[in-house]
Design a protein around this ligand. Structure first.
Ligand SMILES: NC(=O)C1=CN([C@@H]2O[C@H](COP(=O)(O)OP(=O)(O)OC[C@H]3O[C@@H](n4cnc5c(N)ncnc54)[C@H](OP(=O)(O)O)[C@@H]3O)[C@@H](O)[C@H]2O)C=CC1
Ligand SMILES: O=CCS(=O)(=O)O
Length: 253
């Protein structure tokens, strides 16, 4: 059976992806920082498929390299890496944000993703044809909006890194995709607002955001495309989300 390594499997897209790939019989390597959630997911899915859980902070390059370069044989060959762990912080304007919040986003969304990619690449190259790296970008990486500051910039990195990887991996059979969702209802906004449940509920209330399962379905689709197809970027929004007009600063009347 093919195996998939999912970062950030303790919540949202990563957890739904674990459930989706398990349904198709894939072996699962699941990572995240919250051990109790990893254990619960393993308990849920290990009747269906082989599950390896690794409590891991993607920012810790040594721990990432150590864990991924020592995967048990049973979980090889590695067919798919889903670089999903990530977060937004501080929805306030840039000039009001604590520097630490910017660092946390850069360290997680950029450095963490690079750490995991670097560690997993030898395994994916060994698998060759049909292997995939699926990177969670965002519409925020392409479209600016107030309060997007470093979060959007970190996802622009994910897009360009994905494209550049494609160039270097040409001829190896390994595919790379930047999957860029719009508004999706997960714990994302709870994290972004540092635990403000009311703000999170308010964002999703009265509309129809994407659900984690929608993104999991796209991840499974990308990972199981015929081996000669690479989707470079896949941007997905809910029907009830679109762009807005340019903002203009005007003199008071
Ligand atoms: N929801 C949305 O609207 C959108 C989200 N995205 C992106 O999708 C990805 C998943 O987000 P989503 O499922 O919505 O959010 P959730 O907050 O529900 O899940 C985020 C996951 O990332 C993990 N994570 C965060 N920081 C770290 C870290 N330092 N080390 C390891 N794991 C970490 C969390 O696990 P733990 O805390 O246990 O470590 C958790 O499993 C993110 O990259 C996000 O930027 C993109 C577009 C839209
Ligand atoms: O990446 C998250 C989606 S949004 O909040 O930027 O629309």
């Amino acid at each position: 059976m093919p195996s998939v390594l999912i970062t950030g499997a303790t919540s949202g897209f990563g957890k739904a992806a674990a459930q989706r790939f398990a349904k198709a019989g894939w072996s699962l390597i699941l990572t995240g920082r919250r051990e109790e959630r990893l254990k619960a997911l393993k308990d849920e899915l290990s009747d269906q498929v082989d599950v390896l859980t690794i409590a891991l902070d993607v920012r810790d390059s040594e721990a990432v390299t150590q864990a991924i370069s020592n995967l048990p044989e049973k979980f090889l060959p590695l067919t798919c890496l889903i670089n999903n762990a990530g977060l937004a912080l501080a929805p306030e304007p840039a000039q009001k944000v604590a520097l630490q919040d910017w660092h946390t986003m850069i360290d997680t969304n950029i450095t963490g993703l690079v750490n995991v990619t670097h560690a997993a690449m030898p395994l994916l190259l060994k698998t060759g044809e049909g292997a995939s790296i699926l990177n969670l970008g965002s519409v925020a990486g392409q479209w600016p909006y107030p309060g997007g500051h470093v979060y959007g910039a970190s996802k622009a990195f994910v897009q360009q890194f994905s494209y550049n990887l494609r160039c270097d991996l040409l001829g190896t059979g390994v595919r790379v995709t930047d999957l860029a969702p719009g508004m999706a209802e997960t714990e994302f906004t709870l994290v972004r607002t540092k635990g403000n449940q009311e703000a999170s509920d308010a964002l999703y209330r009265g509309t129809s955001p994407l659900q984690a399962e929608d993104i999991a379905e796209q991840l499974f689709y990308l990972a199981t495309l015929p081996a000669h197809i690479n989707i470079n970027r896949l941007e997905i929004m809910p029907v009830r989300q679109a762009w807005s007009a340019f903002a203009i600063d005007r003199d008071p009347t």
